[in-house]
Design a binder for this molecule. Structure first.
Ligand code: CA
Length: 231
C-alpha cells in the first residue's frame, strides 16, 4: 500500500452504487472508507483521517444535509462533495449554505465524479496519486480539460474513449483486462458483463486516432487478456 493515497469517505445507502464507486475510487488510487447511512457516515467523518467526504443526500437515519450540518457544527473543514438525485437549484443552494464544497447530480459519470474529487483535493493541497495530464511521443492528454492532441492538433475523443485511454495511461506497462475496462469504464458489475467486442471496437478507434502512418504500436494487444500501453 502506498502511503500517500488520499482517504475518501463514501456515504451512500444503495449497495450497488456504493460498491461500484468503491471499486472505481480504489482503482483511481484512493483509500476508501464506506458508510451506508447518515449516522455511521457522521461517525466515520468524526473519527478523522479523512481527506474528502463523498456524501449522498438521500440517506436513512440522517440525510446528507444533516450529516454535513453536524460535521460543520463540530468544526470539521473536510471537503464535502454531495451526491444529489435532484438538480433543483434550491438543493444546491441548501448544500452550499451548509458548507458543501461541490456537488454532482445523479446520474453522473464516474469520470466526472473522480475529476471533481481530485479538484477538491487539489484545492486543499493534497496531491492525488492520479494524473491530470500526460504526454508521450507526440501525444498530449489533458484529463481535466478533456482534450487530446497529436502533433499539436486536437483529436476528437468520446467520453468512453477518454476513459479507456486514461485507464491505459494510469496502468501503463501493465495489461488491463477487458473485464476491468467493462467494469470501470462502462460500470458493469461482475456477473452481468456483456460481450467484450465493445472494448475491441473502442481500442480500434483509439488506435486509429492516435496512430501514425505505421499504425499504433504503443497500444499492444495482450493475448487472451486485454490491452497494454507502452509509451
Ligand atoms: Ca441514497
Amino acid at each position: 500500500m502506498s502511503q500517500n493515497r488520499p482517504v475518501v469517505l463514501l456515504v451512500e445507502d444503495e449497495p450497488a452504487m456504493r460498491e461500484g464507486l468503491v471499486h472505481n475510487l480504489e482503482f483511481e488510487d484512493f483509500e476508501v472508507r464506506a458508510a451506508s447511512d447518515g449516522p455511521s457516515g457522521l461517525e466515520a467523518a468524526r473519527a478523522g483521517g479523512v481527506d474528502l467526504v463523498i456524501l449522498d443526500v438521500m440517506l436513512p437515519g440522517l440525510d446528507g444535509f444533516q450529516v454535513l450540518q453536524k460535521m460543520r457544527e463540530a468544526g470539521s473543514d473536510t471537503p464535502v462533495l454531495l451526491l444529489t438525485a435532484k438538480s433543483l437549484e434550491s438543493d444546491k443552494l441548501v448544500g452550499f449554505k451548509l458548507g458543501a464544497d461541490d456537488y454532482v447530480t445523479k446520474p453522473f459519470s464516474v469520470l466526472e465524479l473522480v475529476a471533481r474529487a481530485k479538484a477538491l483535493l487539489r484545492r486543499r493541497g493534497k496531491k492525488s496519486a492520479s494524473l491530470d495530464r500526460y504526454k508521450f511521443r507526440d501525444i498530449e492528454v489533458d484529463f481535466v480539460a478533456m482534450e487530446v492532441s497529436k502533433g499539436g492538433d486536437a483529436v476528437d475523443f468520446s467520453l468512453k474513449e477518454m476513459e479507456m485511454l486514461r485507464l491505459l495511461i494510469e496502468k501503463r506497462g501493465q495489461a488491463v483486462s477487458r473485464k476491468d475496462m467493462l467494469k470501470i469504464v462502462w460500470g458493469y458489475e461482475e456477473g452481468s458483463l456483456p460481450a467484450t467486442r465493445t472494448i475491441d471496437t473502442h481500442i480500434a478507434r483509439i488506435r486509429n486516432k492516435l496512430g501514425g502512418e505505421d499504425g499504433c504500436d504503443f497500444i499492444k494487444t495482450v493475448h487472451k487478456v486485454g490491452y497494454k500501453l507502452e509509451d
